[in-house]
Design a binder for this molecule. Structure first.
Ligand code: UDP
Length: 247
């Protein structure tokens, strides 16, 4: 089941159900659909309103999870709520844990040189049976792209995590998923930086209050420009709510 926010679909699923869905994609026989998962936050949804290509990619994705309290709030306002937040970093952690249990192969692409490797090393220390078959930084020149695509395809991961930031990673996955032929690809933004221990996640209190965005704003004030879309997003949702009531 899906809800719809300003023309973008969002799956009404919990974290547990998202992990099950990924398992079902990986366990499909004769995989021909290479799945694209998007964890959609309010900022990217707002961007999609003026970017038709991005909107089309979101509409084509196999699974779109509600990434953040802005989306959860909007779904409630519009009368068709999603059950909970399923953020990129939380989903990645849950999938990595499951990969250790199921023997899934993982590939990490993105972030500054050395970060994907460090994140992989930290996770391998945490989950002893983890099989990370490849890592690559997200700043390679375009002439090295064919080599990267061939490496991903040859190593046959079950899940590819792409950390190029949104929406760059969504465009990348959409463009290359049929070439790399990985059962599940998912964009995870700044998650490798967190897993490598380079960036701290918001303390539990901020997470509980659903105010991780506020912590990020305090720690990385240069993000304020990106966050300026949030009041516009709220306004748009309130307008949509009024339109819905009067129609
Ligand atoms: N990044 C990358 N290649 C690029 C641009 C960005 O690998 O060409 C990485 C960057 O190093 C960081 C991540 O993408 O690890 C973006 O993180 P951010 O927190 O800005 O993404 P968001 O979660 O907001 O989408």
């Amino acid at each position: 089941m899906r809800t719809n926010i300003l023309g973008c679909p969002i799956d009404k699923i919990t974290m547990g159900q998202a992990v099950q869905k990924v398992a079902s994609y990986i366990n499909e026989k004769n995989i021909q659909n290479y799945r694209h998962i998007i964890t959609l936050n309010a900022e990217i949804l707002y961007k999609a309103l003026s970017d038709q290509k991005l909107k089309a990619i979101i509409n084509q994705a196999d699974l779109v999870t509600p990434d953040g309290s802005g989306i959860v709030w909007a779904s409630k306002q519009l009368g068709d709520p999603v059950p909970e937040r399923v953020t990129g970093i939380d989903l990645m952690e849950a999938l990595v844990r499951e990969a250790g249990l199921q023997g899934w192969k993982l590939y990490f692409y993105g972030a500054a040189p050395g970060i994907a490797q460090l994140a992989a090393k930290n996770l391998q220390n945490k989950y002893k049976n983890l099989n990370i078959v490849g890592t690559k930084d997200g700043f390679i020149s375009s002439d090295l792209m064919p080599e990267l695509l061939a490496d991903i395809k040859a190593k046959k991961p079950d899940i590819l995590f792409v950390a190029l930031g949104a929406p760059k990673q969504e465009f990348w996955i959409n463009m290359y998923k049929d070439i790399i032929q990985v059962p599940v690809s998912i964009g995870v933004g700044g998650s490798f930086d967190v897993l490598a221990g380079k960036v701290k996640r918001a303390p539990k209190l901020f997470q509980k209050l659903h105010a991780e965005w506020l912590y990020r704003l305090i720690k990385e004030p240069w993000r304020y420009k990106r966050m300026m879309v949030l009041p516009k997003f709220i306004l748009k949702i309130m307008q949509e709510k009024t339109n819905k009531r009067s129609s």
